[in-house]
Each structure stands twice: as structure tokens, then as C-alpha cells.
Ligand binder design. Structure first.
Ligand SMILES: *[C@@H]1O[C@H](CO)[C@@H](O)[C@H](O)[C@H]1NC(C)=O
Ligand SMILES: *[C@@H]1O[C@H](CO)[C@@H](O)[C@H](O)[C@H]1NC(C)=O
Ligand SMILES: *[C@@H]1O[C@H](CO)[C@@H](O)[C@H](O)[C@H]1NC(C)=O
Length: 266
């Protein structure tokens, strides 16, 4: 019996080592766990349910639309955000609170913030498109507020996102600055609507996940089999999203979508 138990104990240790092989940890914060673990009961941020830095109960407040307030912070300071814009902000919140990978980009000066997470240009462009007609008074949603006991209030006037930010890159790099930087690679970067497990593993083995390694390095890696495969997946996802709008499209658009899917081999 003894050796059997010892053996079992050893396997459990090895298993947990395997799970933590990329030393995933959690950022520090009121809503962060110490270490990521499964959270089967999540109502939002479910892409992280297999390994999450937030408790399931944290996500209850995100499973609401329109979203008025998350923790201490009002999201509707310039009126209600559109559902599609809100979704991008939720993705940021989920990444920051729940992703077991966010810690890879921890700020060396404090463990509650992240710095220069490499984010994909195309994701930022879609984010900009989703929010461009919504309104905001803050260019930086971390710093540009007046705070009182009730929460955050506008310091500046409300203007449309498309006036506040120049484009997707400006939005991604300014709104939560210094958290995200647009990667010069279209492959070595995160899409926050994804759990990003495969790309993060790839980043960590290839370049430690820095936002801006030399451009020529990227041109090579972007041709690698891994990246080719990732592009294919991204394209498939885009086509799937387009197909959800199919009922609103004229018939010739269907033919276009069909030929697009044929070209991308899916
Ligand atoms: C959320 O759940 C965790 C773990 O189950 C618990 O420790 C914590 O107090 C809960 N928080 C709230 C606000 O209910
Ligand atoms: C961390 O603090 C040091 C010393 O104050 C400073 O020089 C450095 O720029 C800071 N790093 C970041 C990423 O903020
Ligand atoms: C991230 O972007 C900011 C603003 O564009 C820039 O100042 C900074 O150097 C970039 N950081 C990295 C690591 O590329």
C-alpha cells in the first residue's frame, strides 16, 4: 500500500508541474486568485474556465447588458455603450482579471498592472469599428478620470471614439495604456476574444512575448507553419462571423463569402 500511495503522490506532483509548466501565475488585485485553477461555474469570460485567475462569482457582474458599473468603475459615463463595443471592453476585463497568461506581461514595478501585451492589429481595427460611434470622455481609461466615493466621473467632454482615437492601433495603445502594444507581427499577437493558449505557448518559446522585436524577424516567423495555420484559423473565424449576418445580406454577397471560403481552403 505504502509504495502505491507514494507513487500516486508523485504522479499528482508531476501532473501539477505539467499544468504549471509555463509558471502561470496571477496578477495581484482584490479580484485575483493567487494561482489559476478551473472555474466551472463562470457566467462570463468562459474561455478561461479551464484555468482562471478570477473566481466564477466575479464574472456575474459582467454577464449583464447594458453594463453600467464593473467593480468601482462606471462604463456609461457618456451614455450606454453599444453591445458590440461593450463586448470588447468585457474582453479586456476578462483578460486582465481571469487570464492565467496576463502575468507574463506583469509590470516589473507593480504586480497589479500589465505592460505592452502584444495585441493583433486586426483585432484593434475590429475594436475601433465596433466602438467608433460610441462616446467617451477618457482617452486613457486607467488615468483620465475624476474619482470620488461614488466612482469615476468625466474630466473632459464626451466625444465619439472615432474622434478620441485615430485608428485601431491608437485605441489599443491608448485606452488602457501602457497595457497593450500593437504587434508588428500579425501572428505573434493576442486576440482577446480567444483564450490564446496556443499562441502564448508559441510566443514564450520563440521570443518571450515582447511586443516589438525586429521587423525582419517577424517577416520570417510569419511564414512559419505555425503562423500559416493561425492565419487560416483567423480567416475561418472571420468567415463564420460574416455568415452570422447572412440573413441581412443580398444574394450576391453569399457568392462572395462562398468564394472567400473556397480560397482559404475551408
Ligand atoms: C467569491 O468566491 C470566492 C471563492 O469561492 C470567495 O472566497 C469570495 O468571498 C467570493 N466573493 C464574493 C464577493 O462573494
Ligand atoms: C520601473 O521603475 C523604474 C525606477 O523608478 C523606472 O526607471 C522604470 O522605467 C519603471 N518601469 C516601468 C515599466 O514602468
Ligand atoms: C508601446 O507603445 C507605446 C506608445 O506607442 C510606446 O511608447 C512604447 O515604447 C511601446 N512599448 C513597447 C514595449 O513596444
Amino acid at each position: 500500500m505504502g509504495p502505491m500511495i507514494a507513487y500516486l503522490g508523485l504522479s499528482v506532483t508531476m501532473l501539477s508541474l505539467a499544468v504549471n509548466c509555463h509558471s502561470d501565475r496571477c496578477l495581484v488585485g482584490n479580484n485575483h486568485k493567487t494561482l489559476p485553477s478551473p472555474e466551472p461555474g463562470m457566467q462570463a469570460c468562459t474561455k478561461y474556465s479551464q484555468s482562471s485567475c478570477c473566481y466564477a462569482n466575479y464574472t456575474q457582474q459582467l454577464n449583464v447588458s447594458p453594463l453600467i458599473k464593473v467593480n468601482n468603475m462606471y462604463w456609461n459615463t457618456c451614455g450606454q455603450l453599444s453591445p458590440q463595443c461593450e463586448q470588447y471592453l468585457k474582453n479586456v476585463d476578462c483578460f486582465y482579471h481571469c487570464s492565467p497568461h496576463a502575468f507574463h506581461w506583469v509590470n516589473p514595478n507593480n504586480s497589479y498592472s500589465i505592460i505592452a501585451v502584444p495585441i493583433c492589429r486586426s483585432y484593434c481595427d475590429d475594436w475601433f469599428t465596433a466602438c467608433k460611434n460610441d462616446r467617451t470622455c477618457a482617452r486613457n481609461w486607467i488615468t483620465d478620470w475624476e474619482w470620488n466615493e461614488q466612482g469615476n466621473r468625466c474630466k473632459n467632454e464626451c466625444i465619439p471614439f472615432h474622434q478620441m482615437f485615430k485608428d485601431g492601433k491608437d485605441l489599443c495603445e491608448s485606452m488602457w495604456s501602457p497595457s497593450f502594444n500593437v504587434s508588428s507581427s500579425n501572428c505573434h499577437c493576442l486576440m482577446l476574444d480567444d483564450n490564446n493558449d496556443d499562441i502564448i505557448e508559441h510566443l514564450l518559446t520563440h521570443e518571450r512575448g515582447t511586443a516589438t522585436p525586429a521587423q525582419d524577424v517577424h517577416q520570417d516567423v510569419d511564414r512559419s507553419p505555425f503562423c500559416q495555420q493561425r492565419y487560416k484559423k483567423m480567416q475561418k473565424k472571420k468567415i463564420k462571423a460574416m455568415k452570422q449576418w447572412i440573413f441581412f445580406l443580398p444574394p450576391n454577397a453569399l457568392a462572395t463569402i462562398h468564394s472567400l471560403s473556397t480560397v482559404s481552403g475551408c
